[in-house]
Design a protein around this ligand. Structure first.
Ligand SMILES: *Cc1c(COP(=O)(O)O)cnc(C)c1O
Length: 440
């Protein structure tokens, strides 16, 4: 080893982070440019290098022992993240750690975890926090794969569920939770989680998170039954569910956070008490995103607010045009909600409408297909939240596997088009929708 005075043992993240300046709290958008990364640790590189390595060299045997003590839960580590040193890339890496630090900022969360997809985040979380005999209470509709994982996979391990419609009020929620408690008691388990998705996919139905929190606190143990919420449609910019009483915010980073339709990833944000068991299962199973994807997401986070605000402004312009068009039967856009319970939830929980909405055409599948095939700027694809505008037909695509009866119940009709508006010039988008509607 060289002289320890000349080259002190490398310490990770030694530089104090700037989180306040001139008496004000630095906003998340500003912190996305540098938080969690010190260029002096990487040859002065302004941007973090991509760490392509499967394992990490310990400075000493004692250090390796310390890292493993924390990793295996023998010793608590009180610092940020999970450990004072990196061990192996199935557990974590520098790019993923920076990403987790920056993601936790948006939700003002104690900790965050990244995964190789949104569904990996959801699956590992549910497996970590639910056991045989337990019951999950969830809102509906859910992203089809989330619903399928709960109903068809977890059921094989003795985990049951009870669901409720997104707009439910406190009285309905109370009845559902009472039913779930009775079911859990009958099968020797407990209500292990309340799992929400708001806005719901694909209808944009909103859940009253504050009401859910009130009912959870009244009927269940807040220290053992967390409220998790899939915040993919509005987060991390337009909705902050932890402020409204949720415990874990869930993301498909594939959508608005990634934002360029060029990667697949997911994340969770929340308190360590909820995320520690999920981290432990991720360490065992794998499922953390790779270093390259983490690096891409760091780049994406620098513009997430810019992109989401532009897309939401574009969507508002496009929906104002579509609303009055004679071939449009209705529109489900959060920026144009009529007065009522959904609008009340929106006003309390959301800070912007996002850019994904439902468009109901006059007619059915034939008219929708003519419309979709006539679009010239908007692309025909599932997914959402990218820089480009996408349109799809849920009834015959993303929700084809949902039984007809349930599809109708969820409002997924044959004349429904799901649109995700991007950051193009809004006048070009309006011209495109105008000419495609003329072809219907
Ligand atoms: C896309 C999506 C998911 C799944 O995310 P992946 O990254 O595709 O695994 C979960 N929830 C919602 C609301 C989504 O839109």
């Amino acid at each position: 080893m060289s002289d320890p005075v000349d080259s002190p043992a490398p310490r990770r993240k030694p530089k104090a982070e700037v989180t306040r300046i001139g008496g004000r709290r630095v906003s998340p958008s500003t912190m996305m440019m540098g938080f969690g990364y010190d260029p002096q640790l990487s040859e002065g590189a302004l941007k973090p290098p991509i760490f392509h390595t499967s394992t990490f060299a310990f400075e000493s045997a004692a250090a390796g022992k310390r890292y493993f003590e924390v990793l295996t839960g023998r010793r608590a580590y009180e610092g940020h993240g999970d450990a004072e040193g990196l061990v192996y890339s199935r557990f974590n890496g520098p790019n993923q750690e920076i990403l987790e630090d920056r993601l936790s900022i948006w939700d003002e969360a104690e900790d965050a975890l990244v995964f190789s997809s949104g569904m990996t985040a959801i699956s590992v979380m549910l497996l970590a926090l639910c056991s045989a005999g337990d019951v999950i209470v969830h809102s509906g509709p859910l992203y089809a794969a989330s619903e399928g994982f709960i109903a068809r996979v977890l059921s094989r391990f003795g985990i049951a569920y009870v669901d409720f419609p997104a707009g439910a009020d406190s009285a309905e929620l109370t009845a559902v939770v009472e039913r779930a408690k009775a079911l859990a008691a009958s099968q020797g388990g407990r209500v292990a989680m309340i799992y929400l998705e708001s806005p719901g996919n694909p209808t944009n139905a909103l859940v009253d998170v504050e009401a859910v929190r009130g009912v959870r606190d009244a009927l269940l143990d807040p220290l053992t039954t967390p409220i998790a919420i899939d915040n993919t449609f509005l987060g991390p910019v337009f909705q902050h569910p932890l402020r409204h009483g949720a415990d874990i915010a869930v993301y498909s980073l594939t959508k608005y956070v990634g934002g360029h339709s060029d990667l697949v990833a997911g994340s969770l944000a929340g308190a360590k008490r909820w995320l520690a068991p999920v981290r432990a299962l991720r360490n065992t199973m794998g499922g953390i995103c790779d270093a390259n994807t983490a690096w891409m997401l760091l780049r994406s986070l620098e513009t997430v607010e810019l992109r989401m605000r532009r897309a939401a402004d574009n969507a508002t312009r496009v929906c104002e045009f579509l609303r009055d068009h004679p071939k449009v039967a209705g529109i489900g856009f959060l920026g144009l909600l009529p007065p009522g319970r959904q609008k009340d939830i929106y006003d309390r929980h959301c800070e912007g409408p996002g850019s994904t909405f439902s468009l109901f055409l006059t007619g059915g599948e034939a008219e929708v297909f003519r419309f979709l095939d006539a679009l010239q700027i908007a692309k025909l694809a599932v997914s959402l939240g990218g820089t480009e505008t996408l349109a799809s037909h849920p009834a015959s695509m993303t929700h084809l596997s949902v039984p007809d009866e349930r599809r109708v119940l969820l409002g997924i009709t044959d004349n429904l088009v799901r649109v995700s508006i991007g950051i193009e010039d809004p006048e070009d988008l309006i011209a495109d929708f105008d000419q495609a509607l003329a072809a219907v």
